[in-house]
Design a protein around this ligand. Structure first.
Ligand code: WTA
Length: 575
């Protein structure tokens, strides 16, 4: 199927936590993972306890948990004990407002120590955390807070204007991190609330199946879906942290993802702290020099990033790599979109490290198909299923296909970190499980004779731009709010650095003329109303868009236009 299949980069000699892959798979029992947690003995469950407090109780409280640095010169470090105290304080702040178990509490702010402290505090009272990416604008913020029924939000002075409090009757409290917080009903000054709160707090013990976090993510139709995860997910986070991230006690670990996306929580908070390792968080924007400097400055050993970032680093060249000491690195991983073989080869040559691809989704809560330190890598392949996970390629009727046949990438249900609900949307949830016994990912792939999985694409129209999932419907809905836009169809257009960029096909209303200024204005309209990463980078005006007889815009035809491909079956087209 692919000429790439023959290429192999051998496993390194270094010992890894996984050991022999086949042996690990055949001897695997989730119960052995459960034994790693205190609740296996005590019956008392809480993710925040296992991630933070436990290390203090077991004498590791003085270790550095968080090393934070941003582009504005803020640089701080926190031990596990300090994080315990601060998150206790925030738990007490929330409790003092009557907020309790099961309530949804959102955080909408750039990466900062406060973001991590608040998230842990939310979990400590058994509330459900909802992280929002800082680039979200008014509509995106409102849709998510409204759908989830959030009662409280933590944000910053700069982001507060994007919160339409008058349209969110359930949102009672907004904690604002910043100076000179305005005095208004329902607005609370985070720092003065924290200063009044005790550093001791009782943890709310929950059930393994109680809510942990809601991550909103895009599909091809409808508004973003609230993917609901429970505390039980910690089994997957812990186990993959051990065998995929290969975390060891003294590691300094850096995950470059923002907690607004699932990678930034499952692997930017939970997995590293369940292992008690030092977690590096770098705020601010991407720049090759700053990134290499982060690795050098903190002597990062395990680095988890994304194809877009690696492609940009590749674009920055090899000379800049030599200006930094990256010799601390031991293990490098990637997630979010297909990792090009070229990038794997470049990383191997330039960093002297194999970049280990990992496949998973917001809905899966944790890594499922991965490359491991102790296994050879086939550049271009996502690797093999995590021990304990059964993956297969199945056809639309649920028949498992033999090797080298392309089909639906599916996972045997259940596994510990599988989503438990789509918030407020049972039909959407059920769509993923329409074939009994399987979770249907929406990705297509094939498996080769050696059991390696190869990503082929999406079944639906979901766009993956720089590793961020963008739903075309959300962008189209925003576009048609613009007075000039009659109709809009949005597709992902292949791009060498970003994977895909967003391209919009637009038909204009009477009286509007197709100009470059109008294109720029429409793009800005989406950027300011929805979010920067959802704004079309390219706009093409058309007199008419291809539609089905029932009036649905046929994105498949738009894509075929764009790529100069045959448009396929047009029997349902309008005219
Ligand atoms: C894509 C991110 C190819 C895929 C954790 C999936 C990938 C979607 C890979 C999930 C990979 C993720 N190779 N494609 N290694 N990892 N994807 O929910 O299409 O933001 O369905 O989760 O990203 O994106 P999400």
């Amino acid at each position: 199927m692919s000429q790439l299949q023959g290429e192999i980069i051998a496993a390194g000699a270094a010992s890894s936590n996984l050991g022999n892959y086949e042996e690990a798979c055949s001897q695997f029992h989730w119960e052995d993972v459960e034994k790693q947690f205190t609740w296996y003995e005590t019956g008392k469950v809480n993710m925040a306890y296992e991630a933070i407090d436990r290390h203090v109780d077991e004498g590791r409280g003085g270790r550095i948990a968080l090393l934070y640095q941003d582009g504005d010169g803020r640089q701080e470090s926190y031990t596990f004990e300090e994080l315990q105290e601060k998150s206790n304080q925030f738990a007490n702040v929330l409790r003092s407002k009557g907020i309790s178990k099961g309530n949804r509490v959102f955080v909408f702010m750039p990466r900062s120590p406060e973001l991590y402290i608040c998230l842990l505090g939310i979990l400590k009272i058994g509330a459900i955390a909802g992280p929002l990416f800082e680039a979200f604008m008014e509509t995106a913020v409102k849709d998510r807070l409204e759908d989830s029924g959030a009662v409280a939000l933590v944000t910053t002075t700069a982001l507060l204007p994007r919160v339409r409090r008058d349209e969110l009757p359930l949102l009672q409290y907004v904690f604002v991190v910043g100076d000179n917080v305005q005095k208004e009903e329902g607005i609370l000054d985070y720092h003065s609330e924290m200063n009044q709160a005790s550093t001791n707090a009782e943890i709310e013990w929950v059930n393994r199946e109680d809510g942990l976090i809601l991550h909103y993510t895009s599909g091809s139709t409808g508004k973003p879906k609230g993917i609901y995860h429970v505390h039980n997910a910690m089994l997957q986070h812990y186990y993959t942290g051990k065998v995929v991230l290969d975390l060891k006690q003294d590691d300094v670990y850096w995950c470059t993802a923002d907690p607004g996306w699932v990678t930034g929580t499952s692997y930017g908070i939970f997995a590293p702290w369940l292992h008690g390792v030092t977690n590096v968080v770098r705020g601010g924007r991407f720049s090759p020099g700053d990134w290499y400097d982060t690795i050098q400055r903190y002597a990062v050993t395990v680095w988890y990033s994304a194809p877009t970032a690696f492609r940009m680093l590749m674009g920055a060249g090899e000379d800049i790599v030599r200006e930094y000491d990256l010799s601390s690195l031991r293990h490098v991983l990637s997630v979010g979109e297909a990792l090009n073989p070229e990038v794997v080869r470049w990383g191997h040559k330039t960093y002297g490290h194999r970049i280990h691809d990992t496949w998973w989704m917001t809905e899966t809560g944790g890594q499922l198909i991965c490359n491991y330190p102790s296994l050879p890598i086939k550049p271009g392949s996502m690797g093999k299923p995590v021990p304990g996970i059964q993956a297969a390629i199945i056809d639309d009727n649920g028949k498992v296909l033999p090797p080298n046949r392309m089909g639906n990438l599916a996972i045997r249900t259940p596994w510990p970190s599988m989503m438990r609900l789509v918030w407020n949307n049972a039909p959407k949830f059920e769509e993923y499980f329409r074939i009994p016994g399987w979770y249907i990912s929406g990705d297509t792939a094939y498996m080769d004779e050696d059991g390696y999985f190869w990503f082929q694409g999406r079944i639906d129209d979901v766009i993956n731009s720089s590793g961020e999932r963008v739903g075309p419907f959300e962008v189209e809905s925003k576009l048609v709010e613009h007075p000039a836009v009659a109709e809009a169809g949005v597709i992902g257009k292949p791009d060498p650095v970003r994977g895909e960029v967003i391209k919009a096909f637009i038909s204009l209303r009477e009286g509007y003329h197709p100009t470059e200024e109008l294109k720029a204005e429409i793009s800005r309209f989406v950027k300011e109303g929805l979010s920067a990463h959802a704004a079309p980078r390219e706009i093409e005006f058309k007199d008419k868009l291809p539609k089905t007889r029932s009036g649905k815009i046929m994105r498949r035809v738009l894509k075929a236009w764009e790529l100069n491909l045959p448009a396929g079956d047009l029997s349902t087209i309008e005219d």
